[in-house]
Design a protein around this ligand. Structure first.
Ligand code: GLT
Ligand code: MN
Ligand code: MN
Length: 386
């Protein structure tokens, strides 16, 4: 463990679009050469210990490729998977890049565009399933508007639901057996985005035809952009049995969409997250949805991939230390008072009467210690290696 070397059992994955990111941003040209999908897989092989690679349909096969070109790309990609031992984990579809999706895909005002979005998704689902993907991520990049004069947001939700019901039925019908993970992102790239947070997605999923097949894909940066507590968002997904996938990266609160290396901005938040995932035995893929700094060259991109995994493993070890720490355990014993004779239990007329008649000394309760300063300081010291 102390070497912090990843292995396949850690289920770490990267996207073709993440390590393959050439450093283009809204203001500047690429700073690194574009790599082919096979070259990206080789780079991940060099990083070592990576279980899987994920892609949007058009990360692998350009939208205008003919069948002959598509087959050649697939052949090279498969060969790279074989020589590195890396497999495909998650698949997704690009419904945000092409101008046809400028007003959304499943929620577009144009029924032809909505049909094309579902058509494109079904082809993408076939492609990723053929290559071994078992998780289907849905990031509704363009599902939104700039002005609410453009679209009835209630109607948009119905359109969104119709498309997802259709696609889940398609997966069942084709025997793809995908588990679906909806990925919310609050404030980019539309002026306003439908289903902007984990909470919105969970409420939406409950209305679907097959809610059991649809969960969420929370991303650190996305909740942080909205100023929300990511660990709490993930906790709610876990609590609801809906954490089907996770996107790990980092983000300064209140800044542009940074997609920084996991743990690089706020290691304490990252620690809380890793401890949550480990304590609750999350067993799905851990996808690093991030990219190297625009200043990095290929060698530094490899370091970026290694650092992402290494940080996770270091924080996992810190979580183990935290759980085993005598002072932490003692403090947890002080703050958790579960041995009261007044347990809520399930409701009955008798228990309600007994609780109403109980004598409860609020002044004494209020005087009980909650040494959270000491607990947090000890947490920091474990993190800082003191
Ligand atoms: C895009 C987005 C990500 C999503 C990807 C999946 S694409 O980079 O910002 O968070 O996970 O479509
Ligand atoms: Mn992102
Ligand atoms: Mn993401």
């Amino acid at each position: 463990m102390t070497a912090f070397n990843p292995s396949f059992a850690d289920k770490f994955t990267f996207g073709l679009w993440t390590v393959g990111n050439p450093g283009r941003d809204p203001f500047g040209q690429p700073t690194r050469p574009l790599l082919s999908p096979a070259e990206i897989v080789d780079l991940l092989g060099e990083a070592g210990g990576v279980l899987g690679v994920n892609f949007h349909d058009n990360d692998l096969i350009p939208i205008d490729a003919n069948p002959h070109e598509a087959n050649a790309i697939k052949r090279e990609f498969r060969a790279a998977l074989e020589r590195t031992g890396i497999r495909v984990g998650m698949g997704t579809v690009n419904l945000f890049g092409d101008p046809v999706f400028k007003d959304g895909a499943y929620t577009s005002n144009d029924a032809d565009v909505r049909a094309y979005a579902v058509h494109k998704t079904m082809h993408a689902m076939d492609l990723a399933a053929e290559l071994g993907a078992d998780i289907w991520v849905m990031w509704g990049g363009r599902e939104g508007c700039e002005t609410d004069a453009a679209k009835d947001p209630v109607e948009a939700l119905s359109r969104y639901r119709d498309a997802i019901n259709y696609l889940v039925n398609y997966s069942i019908d084709k025997g793809h057996n995908y588990k679906f993970a909806m990925e919310p992102k609050p404030n980019e790239p539309r002026g306003h985005i439908y289903l902007p947070t984990i909470g919105h997605c969970l409420a939406f999923i409950a209305t679907l035809e097959h809610p059991e097949l649809v969960g969420v894909n929370p991303e650190v940066a996305h909740e942080h952009m909205a100023g929300l507590n990511f660990t709490h968002a993930v906790a709610m997904a876990l609590w609801a049995g809906k954490l089907f996938h996770i996107d790990l990266n980092d983000q300064e609160f209140g800044r542009y969409d940074q997609d920084f290396r996991f743990g690089s901005v706020n290691p304490k938040h990252a620690f809380n997250l890793v401890r949550l995932l480990e304590d609750h035995s999350y067993s799905g893929y851990k996808h690093f949805d991030s990219h190297a700094y625009r200043t990095s060259d290929r060698d530094d991109v490899v370091e970026f991939a290694r650092g992402s995994m290494r940080s996770y493993l270091i924080l996992k070890d810190k979580a183990r230390q935290w759980n085993a720490d005598p002072m932490i355990q003692e403090l947890l014993g002080v703050i958790n008072r579960d041995n009261s004779s007044h347990q809520l239990g399930s409701y009955s007329t008798e228990s309600a009467t007994a609780l109403k008649e109980a004598s409860l000394d609020r002044t004494e309760f209020a005087s009980r210690p909650l040494p959270y300063e000491k607990l947090d300081q000890r947490t920091n010291e474990i993190l800082l290696g003191v």
